[in-house]
Design a protein around this ligand. Structure first.
Ligand code: SAM
Length: 356
């Protein structure tokens, strides 16, 4: 099948390519030119090639190609990519370049992002209901950052979040179940952007809580793949870009966190100055354990702290792995019908606005 030459193997794009190639069983050969160039972190041998501007480059490169049966070339540096493409074409070397140049990749990645944001902008505006929403650039910015964070909130749900914040009262923003912080990041940005109030996130990152016993066995066992220390650390890393004095995390179950919140003690944290919560919830995102009893308990505890105009976001109201959120959502809509001003489903989540 031949090998892929990764040249110059000097940056994160090279390291990512090598890791992915290893997983799919693709043989790779690393090369670099400058003595100071980084070495593959996995410890692969790095062959030295002269600079592409050196007369000696071509014969040395061709000798490496022959020696290691190289068939493809991956170049993660724009200038080298352009040079190698020309060399391979002009000399008809019969080698394939893997992927596009880093510059073209950026251009296309940005265009795809803007197309995603343009698709979502009408939804954001619809959910803002004329209250003035985010611009196209802001929607794209939120999507881009959120997409860098592993998570389970899809574009449509994030777009609806971006819209409803334009119509939220001031107060605390709550999240039950944060995983690595995708939705928490968006909530923190929106809370700041609309001057709503501080964010409190709650997640114990413990397998006992995370197992959803009412879901199929194959889904339950997914929990075993997580390293909960990585979840916690990953969450903290992901929130650094927006970390401010208006966010605290409680590494507790929803039940334990509520006791702290109700006692006015949710704002104490080591990392930042004390966060002042009002005790009145403006927006709550319930996305913890999805078993019926857990979701019902989350609603029972926290919804007592909502106020006129507050929003409830009940995640996975439409869900393939169980019906806890669906049953609790329906019970809420029936039992509290007189408190419900608007309710709609978007991105599988139920969005409910309480009456002013
Ligand atoms: C579906 S994930 C959350 C996804 C996240 N909101 C996102 O958008 O990426 C569910 C999270 O709920 C947490 N969880 C489970 N039981 C909980 C409980 N009793 N209280 C708070 N969080 C809980 C789990 O640790 C897990 O990280």
């Amino acid at each position: 099948m031949g090998a892929t030459l990764v040249f110059p193997a000097v940056n994160q794009a090279a390291a990512d390519y090598l890791a992915a190639a290893r997983q799919r069983g693709e043989r790779t050969v690393c090369a670099a030119s400058l003595p100071s160039d980084a070495v593959d972190p996995e410890g692969d041998e790095v062959h030295r090639l002269p600079s592409i501007y050196d007369q000696d480059f071509e014969p040395r490169f061709l000798s490496l190609v022959t020696q290691y049966s190289i068939r493809r070339v991956f170049c993660p540096v724009a200038s080298v990519h352009a040079f190698m493409r020309r060399l391979i074409d002009q000399q008809q070397l019969g080698l394939a370049m893997v992927g596009q140049s880093p510059i073209r990749q950026q251009v296309e990645q940005h265009r795809r992002l803007m197309a995603r944001a343009e698709r979502l902008l009408p939804l954001v505006r619809l959910c803002a209901d004329g209250a003035g929403g985010l611009s196209l650039i802001e929607v794209a910015g939120v999507l881009r950052q959120a997409s860098l964070i592993y998570g389970e909130s899809n574009d449509d749900k994030l777009a609806a979040m971006m819209g409803i914040f334009a119509r939220a009262p001031t107060g605390d923003v709550l999240e039950i179940g944060s995983l690595m912080g995708r939705s928490a990041f968006v909530l923190l940005y929106l809370a700041w952007r609309y001057r709503i109030g501080p964010l409190l996130t709650v997640d114990p990152w413990m397998s006992d809580n995370a197992v959803q016993r009412q879901s199929p066995q194959s889904f339950q066992t997914l929990v075993e793949e997580w390293d909960f220390d990585v979840l916690r650390e990953g969450f903290l890393v992901n929130m650094v870009a927006l970390r401010a004095d208006d966010h605290n995390h409680l590494q507790l179950s929803s039940q334990q966190a509520f006791e702290r919140y109700a006692a006015g003690q949710a704002g104490r944290c080591e990392a930042t100055a004390k966060v002042s919560y009002s005790g009145r919830i403006a927006v709550i995102h319930i996305d913890g354990n999805h078993d019926y009893e857990f979701v019902r308990n989350d609603c029972r505890l926290w919804l007592g702290r909502t106020q006129p105009g507050s929003w409830l976001i009940l995640d996975d109201y439409v869900w393939a792995h169980g019906d806890g959120p669906y049953r609790v959502g329906n019970e809420f809509l029936l039992e509290q019908a007189d408190r419900v001003e608007t309710a709609f489903v978007c991105g599988k989540a139920l969005f409910v606005r309480l009456r002013d």
